[in-house]
Design a protein around this ligand. Structure first.
Ligand code: S5P
Length: 267
């Protein structure tokens, strides 16, 4: 299906190459799944990505949980993502002043040189987005920031006036591709979509086909409910990588999210 048909207003309102790449990949693989590839060993991570890659729309990493990380190994992760045209999203959740964030985008992992997307908290002020953009410019690349407007974890503080301010700023900054919203609470997500409008993405963790509480305060909602409430990407970790059959699980999440998008757009 053509991406503009299924994405409707989101496609028209979001013309940046990075947003269009995401929407095109999603439409090609019939999936809104961003895999949270939270594996601690390089070989496990690579095996996982290579096996479920065709059912994904994006790939999310936490580079600092990988115990045997090497620059060479990471090039293979980037290559595996490129093979199926996935944006590579480093979920670093930056939160420092702009200048330090710019340095952290380089550092030993060289995030700016391989990540297409990163997450940031706006707690330190708006310059954090400029820090990310400056780092990408340093290495002749560009990328997008997803600001945390909500979180999925129990007792988090991302609500009220703070969340409103994150959205208000992110809507005005060209470097902000969108927001992280709470996939475990469709009513909160619907409210966030109302504040965000059509011109930015909302990607949602806290999603699992088995709704309920996860480990250490994580909470889960159903992928269909999240997409119908306004999510553009479901971030799924353990639902796929801890499944007995990760490929079958990835397909199931792809189907649930894709059919919900079709339902949302009425096509
Ligand atoms: O609020 C949040 C934001 C994020 S990005 N809650 C989250 O769980 N995440 C991330 O999503 C988290 O860091 C992890 O990589 C993933 C959820 O993993 P799961 O195993 O619970 O699906």
């Amino acid at each position: 299906m053509e991406p503009e048909t299924v994405w409707g207003e989101r496609w028209r309102a979001m013309a940046t190459p990075i947003a269009r790449q995401y929407m095109t990949t999603a439409a090609r693989s019939n999936s809104l799944v961003c895999l949270a590839a939270d594996k601690s060993r390089m070989s496990d991570l690579l095996t996982l990505v290579r096996s479920v890659g065709p059912f994904l729309a994006a790939l999310k990493t936490h580079v600092d949980v990988v115990e045997d990380w090497t620059d060479e190994g990471w090039k293979e992760v980037r290559a595996a993502a490129d093979d199926v045209d996935l944006l590579l999203f480093e979920d670093r959740k930056f939160a420092d002043i702009g200048g330090i964030t710019q340095k952290q985008m380089h550092g030993m992992y060289g995030i700016a040189s391989w990540a297409d997307l990163v997450t940031a908290h706006l707690i330190s002020g708006p310059d954090i987005v400029d820090g990310c953009m400056a780092a990408w410019a340093d290495v002749g690349r560009s990328g997008g920031v997803l600001l945390l407007a909500q979180m999925s974890s129990r007792g988090n503080l991302l609500a009220g006036a703070y969340s409103d301010a994150v959205v208000a700023h992110g809507r005005e900054h060209d470097g902000v591709m969108g927001f992280i919203g709470n996939g475990s609470r469709p009513e909160e997500l619907r409210d966030l979509r109302g504040r965000v409008g059509e011109g930015r993405m909302i990607w949602t963790p806290g999603v699992n086909l088995a709704v309920g509480d996860g480990l250490m305060g994580q909470r889960y909602g159903h992928p269909r409910d999240a997409v119908l409430a306004g999510s553009d990407a479901i971030i799924v970790g353990s639902g796929i990588h801890k499944a007995e059959d990760p490929v079958a699980a990835a397909k199931a999440y792809a189907d649930a999210s894709w059919h919900a998008l079709l339902e949302r757009s009425g096509v």
